[in-house]
Ligand binder design. Structure first.
Ligand code: GAP
Length: 520
């Protein structure tokens, strides 16, 4: 897999992703999508919307689904009544443990700061544990490479090895060190000169606070939504009353979410402003386990169908100890990003927690009424909820990382983004072979005809090989070249990005040819 540096550099160079407000030095945790990036991310969101909502057939028996089900969409406001966030538990509990370094003034998420002692291996092979001083590094003992953990303490560890005449030094985790005052006093923070400068972990609420209206007092406080999910729950009754849906059914929504992350990092992976693609799927409590399994499998397979390599994608069931108090089950779709394996999407069985909370807080009856149910007691109930919650920015980063590839064509190195045609920002590029003999005119004619149907690109500048390589880097699946035969025989060459194979296609058939291969 390509390094993060290569992906970030390609994103900048080709206009996929830029740091937000870059001319002013940027803003940590915020990113802008450039001309190619906006197309890629929109295509990802469109694929999700089409596959999950718009093209869903509520009459069909889908493989693995317990029964046919409905799907509808929603677009709720970013700003909501602050009571929403009290009911959901975000005001009281949506926080990360944070520690500050009094010396360097850096701030860390306590659960992302590894504290380790050293094991020093002597010349005779004997192992001595050294824990008079402990070291803290961003990362995790066991998953982060020792070199990464050692980096902020390189000099100190090297001088210790010399002093103790030791060979190899190995990190050994000291779990819970930051919560223990005596151990914390021994911890050297990254970049600090002396031990004991880290504060005890404190809860830090991740919601962005703002004020609505002219008065900036407590009565006007609200929040930028930290997830799109609550917008769906508070509209559950509206949807039931208007959309003629019957349980089981799902409501899908795509939109921005904001979290004041303590340490935004790994490019767009952990941002402060990002987009979610969430489904709240409502079913009877007794069926929720079956639906949970269905959605877990279906969401995992969705990434594979869009081209993510199976060896890079994993489905991880949470241990009972990892579950939120309201969740009956949860699984993560994880991806092997260049910086390590991490969550791409979570699928949770949220029981009836959210609807129950909103029913209590608002005083409105949010129970579903099943008019076809004969049993009086079973007619009104709070459905249970399965929630597949995906990130559009993490998805975009995963598809970019997975598609990035370097190979050689005709003895020359090339960078190519092997994106699924549905996701590719530009679907085809049209080139006249040379800028004369009527080829540009014919090329423009073909370009204009195709542009009505697909996002195509016209380029007549530079050597043809260089034009191919620019499109390979942008992930364009097809390049159409107009040459002498186009003018005499009415055919063009179509070059396929990954194999570089070229075929001749009649100009009259070109639209249908591309449409079939692009799945458009
Ligand atoms: N409603 C459930 C919920 O929001 P979550 O696991 O906190 O669950 C769901 O978020 C998804 O949103 C994650 O799997 C991830 O793809 C995306 N996400 C969460 N925080 C993010 C962040 N700071 N930056 C980018 N994406 C994020």
């Amino acid at each position: 897999m390509a390094s993060m540096e290569k992906i970030v550099s390609l994103c900048k160079r080709r206009g996929f992703i830029f740091p937000s407000s870059e001319i002013y030095g940027g803003l940590n945790g915020a990113w802008d999508y450039g001309p190619l990036g906006v197309e890629l991310k929109r295509n990802l969101k469109q694929a999700w919307w089409d596959d999950m909502v718009a093209h869903h057939d509520e009459t069909a028996d889908l493989p693995g689904a317990p029964q046919p089900f409905g799907m509808v969409g929603l677009d709720s406001a970013l700003l909501m009544n602050p009571k929403v966030w009290e009911a959901s538990g975000h005001v009281g509990g949506f926080s990360d443990p944070m520690v500050d370094d009094r010396e360097t003034r850096a701030r860390y998420r306590a659960d992302q700061l590894a504290v380790f002692a050293l094991e020093l291996v002597g010349a005779d092979g004997a192992v001595e544990r050294y824990d008079e001083v402990l070291f803290a590094s961003p990362g995790e003992v066991g998953t982060s490479a020792p070199a990464e953990l050692f980096e902020p303490h390189r000099k100190r560890i090297a001088s210790l090895q010399k002093h103790k005449r030791a060979g190899e030094a190995r990190p050994v985790a000291v779990p819970g060190a930051l919560n223990d005052e005596a151990l914390r006093a021994k911890v050297i923070a990254p970049g600090a000169a002396a031990p004991g400068t880290l504060t005890a972990p404190r809860a830090f609420n991740l919601m962005f606070k703002t004020h609505v209206g002219a008065l900036e007092d407590n009565s006007s406080v609200t929040y930028l939504r930290p997830e799109t999910a609550q917008g769906i729950f508070v509209n559950f009754k509206n949807v039931c009353d208007t959309a003629r849906v019957r349980v089981p059914f799902g409501i899908g929504q795509i939109g921005k979410a904001f979290r004041n992350e303590i340490n935004p990092r790994n490019f767009t992976f952990r941002s402060r402003e990002f987009e979610q693609m969430e489904i709240e799927f409502f079913c009877r409590a007794g069926d929720s386990e079956q639906w949970y399994r269905y959605w877990r499998e279906r969401r995992y397979r969705w990434y594979l169908a869009l081209g993510i390599k199976a060896e890079n994608l994993h489905l991880r069931e949470h241990e009972a100890s990892e579950l939120a108090h309201y969740a009956a089950a949860c699984a993560d779709v994880e991806y092997d990003f260049p910086f390590g394996r991490s969550e791409l999407e979570g699928i949770a069985n949220r029981t009836d927690f959210d609807l129950r909370q909103h029913m209590q807080m608002s005083g409105k009856d949010l129970r579903y009424f099943d008019d076809q149910e004969q049993n009086e007691e079973a007619r009104r109930y709070l459905p249970h909820v399965i929630e597949p919650s995906a990130g559009a920015d993490r998805g975009t980063l995963a598809f970019l990382s997975d598609a990035y590839s370097e190979d050689e064509v005709g003895g020359e190195p090339r960078t190519v983004l092997k994106l699924h045609p549905r996701l590719a920002p530009i679907k085809a590029a049209v080139f006249p072979l040379v800028k004369k003999d009527g080829m540009p005119e014919k090329g423009l004619e073909i370009y204009r005809a195709l542009k009505k149907r697909f996002n195509v690109y016209y380029d007549e500048k530079g050597a043809i090989g260089r034009r191919y390589r620019r499109q390979d880097e942008a992930g364009t699946p097809f390049c159409v070249t107009v040459d002498g035969e186009t003018l005499t025989a009415g055919t063009v060459t179509v070059r396929e990005r990954d194999s570089c194979a070229q075929v001749r296609v009649g100009v009259a058939e070109l639209g249908a040819y591309l449409s079939e291969r692009l799945g458009a």
